[in-house]
Ligand binder design. Structure first.
Ligand code: ZN
Length: 241
């Protein structure tokens, strides 16, 4: 099976469309989304509708959660708070219901899909270094956990290694090692590369490949400004941080 794994779309329709097109070209059996369909960006409804229409299995992210339940917004920074309040105000009832029903985790054969961390998925912790990653391997049984949340692509392995994957490089995974893999962000990359990020996992070949896709950032940034969202949210797209 070939799985495309996407994450952290954040209402960026231009990036999502380009990523779905790239996935179609590369050919996969199934697409999985690791959450944060909404928040920050100007097209939350259109992004939710694309995910629904393509029947992409999705786990809940903290922004999806906050769009439905205001109680976790206190942990957000000011820009994120403003954006999520705006997002909540324009999401259709049907789309809000879709977000409210997203599961916290998905298990597909020997793979775990989760937005933040396997240990406490609703505490929205980040896995940013090999030491934190090592502490997480005890909290899931599967060979691989795919995570999002940090918006930075990385492969942590159970032997303590860390690889920062570059686009289009095929990484061979080892039979006896377990992994925590972050596929980066479709709609708001934070690894100083402005291109949208996603990954393809091939279960037969046991390979992971990261892909980077260019999209019309100027168009996305203009929409963010025109909707009265914080300008910082538009600027950071160009910087990839
Ligand atoms: Zn996110």
């Amino acid at each position: 099976m070939r799985y495309a794994i996407i994450s952290d779309i954040h209402g960026n329709l231009e990036a999502l469309k380009k990523v779905l097109r790239s996935i179609k070209i590369h050919g996969v059996d199934e697409i999985i989304c690791l959450g944060d369909i909404v928040g920050y960006g100007s097209d939350p409804n259109a992004c939710v509708e694309r995910i629904m229409k393509a029947e992409i299995k999705t786990v809940v992210g903290n922004h999806d959660y906050a769009a439905v339940d205001e109680s976790i917004v206190s942990d957000f920074n000011d820009n994120a708070k403003l954006a999520i309040a705006w997002t909540r105000s324009i999401l259709s009832r049907e789309n809000l219901e879709f977000l409210a029903c997203l599961p916290v985790r998905l298990k597909i054969s020997d793979i775990l899909m989760i937005h933040s961390s396997p240990s406490f998925p609703l505490e929205w912790n980040y896995i940013l270094d090999p030491i934190t990653a090592l502490g997480e391997f005890g909290s899931f049984q599967e060979k691989i956990a795919f995570v999002g949340h940090s918006h930075r692509p990385v492969i942590f392995s159970s032997d303590g290694n860390e690889i920062v994957p570059t686009g289009e490089t095929v990484y061979s995974l080892q039979e006896e090692i377990r992994y925590i893999i972050n596929v980066g962000s479709v709609g708001q990359p934070r690894d100083f590369d402005q291109r949208a990020s996603y990954g393809i996992f091939d279960t037969e070949r046991l390979t992971f490949t990261l892909f980077r896709v260019e999209y019309k950032i100027k168009k996305t940034a203009a929409k963010i400004k025109n909707n009265g969202l914080p300008e910082f949210l538009a600027k950071r797209l160009f910087l990839g941080r």
